[in-house]
Design a protein around this ligand. Structure first.
Ligand code: IPE
Ligand code: IPE
Ligand code: MG
Length: 250
C-alpha cells in the first residue's frame, strides 16, 4: 500500500478499521504550564488534527473521538461555555483539513442539548464533508454509553408496546442496530491518554471486544508518533474473541 511508505513498521494487513479515543488530560496539561484549563483544550485541537491526519494517512476507516461527555455538563459553566465556543470555532477552522484529507465528519450524542450555533455548525460540516470517503471522524459530543443504551431501550420498549416487536426476538444484533452507533463497526482499538485507566461512560456496548491501550501522555502532547506506538502495540496482540490460540491460528 503506497500510503504506508512513511510507516514501514506498520503491517498494512492489520490496520484497525475503527479506533476510539478518550482524549483526556487537557486540564492537567494546562495546569503544568501554569495556564487556565481552556488553554489545554485549545492545544488539544492541534492534537486532534494530527490524529485524524495520521488516521487518514494509514487508512483507518473510522475514528471516534470523545470530545464531551454527558457528565461533562456538570463542569463549571465557564469551562462548558468556553468548550462550546472552541467547538464552533474549530469546526469552521478545520474544515479545509477535513476536505484535504478526505474526512467525513459525523456526530454522536445528544446534539440537541448543544447550544444552537454548535448544532448548526456541526450540521453544516457534516453536509459539506458527506462525500469524503477516506476516513470517517465521529465526534462524540454530549454523549455517554448509558445515554445511548437508554434511548435504545426506550425505542425497543415502544415497539413492543405498539405490537411491532416480540420480546423473544430481541437479540444482541437488534440492540446494536438500535444504538446511534449502528452504522459503524465496533472499535478494534480504544486509546485513552493521561494515565487514567477507566472508560468514563464511553462506548460501553461497542467495546465488548476492543483492544484497550492506555498511555500516560496528556492529550495535548499526543503526536502522530504516539498514535503510531498505539497501532504497533495493537498489531502485536492476538484477538481471540473467546476462542483458543490454536483455533485462531487456523
Ligand atoms: C479532556 O481533558 C477533555 C474533556 C473532558 C472535554 P480534561 O478537561 O478532562 O483534562 P483533565 O483530565 O482535567 O486533565
Ligand atoms: C472523559 O474524560 C470524557 C472525555 C474525554 C470527553 P473525563 O475527564 O470527563 O473523565 P473522568 O471524569 O476523569 O472519568
Ligand atoms: Mg479528564
Amino acid at each position: 500500500m503506497e500510503q504506508l511508505l512513511n510507516y514501514p513498521q506498520i503491517q498494512s494487513n492489520k490496520i484497525p478499521t475503527h479506533v476510539a479515543i478518550i482524549m483526556d488530560g487537557n486540564g492537567r496539561w494546562a495546569k503544568k504550564q501554569g495556564l487556565m484549563r481552556i488553554f489545554g483544550h485549545h492545544k488539544g485541537v492541534d492534537a486532534v488534527r494530527g490524529a485524524i491526519e495520521f488516521a487518514a494517512e494509514i487508512g483507518i476507516k473510522y475514528v471516534t473521538m470523545y470530545a464531551f461527555s454527558t457528565e461533562n455538563w456538570n463542569r463549571p459553566p465557564i469551562e462548558v461555555n468556553a468548550l462550546m465556543k472552541l467547538l464552533v470555532d474549530s469546526i469552521e477552522k478545520e474544515l479545509p483539513t477535513l476536505m484535504k484529507n478526505g474526512i467525513r465528519l459525523k456526530t454522536l450524542g445528544n446534539i440537541s442539548q448543544l447550544p444552537g450555533n454548535c448544532a448548526e455548525q456541526l450540521f453544516k460540516a457534516e453536509e459539506q464533508t458527506k462525500n469524503n470517503d477516506n476516513t470517517t471522524l465521529i465526534l462524540a459530543l454530549s454523549y455517554s454509553g448509558r445515554w445511548d443504551i437508554t434511548q435504545a431501550m426506550k425505542k425497543i420498549g415502544n415497539d413492543i408496546q405498539n405490537g411491532l416487536l416480540d420480546p423473544n426476538s430481541i437479540t444482541d444484533e437488534l440492540i446494536g442496530e438500535t444504538l446511534n452507533t449502528a452504522q459503524y463497526p465496533d472499535p478494534d482499538l480504544l486509546i485513552r491518554t493521561s494515565g487514567e485507566q477507566r472508560i468514563s461512560n464511553f462506548l460501553l456496548w461497542e467495546i465488548a471486544y476492543s483492544e484497550v491501550y492506555f498511555t500516560e501522555v496528556l492529550w495535548p502532547d499526543f503526536t502522530k508518533q504516539h498514535f503510531l506506538d498505539a497501532i504497533l502495540d495493537y498489531q502485536n496482540r492476538e484477538r481471540r474473541f473467546g476462542k483458543t490460540t490454536e483455533q485462531i491460528a487456523k
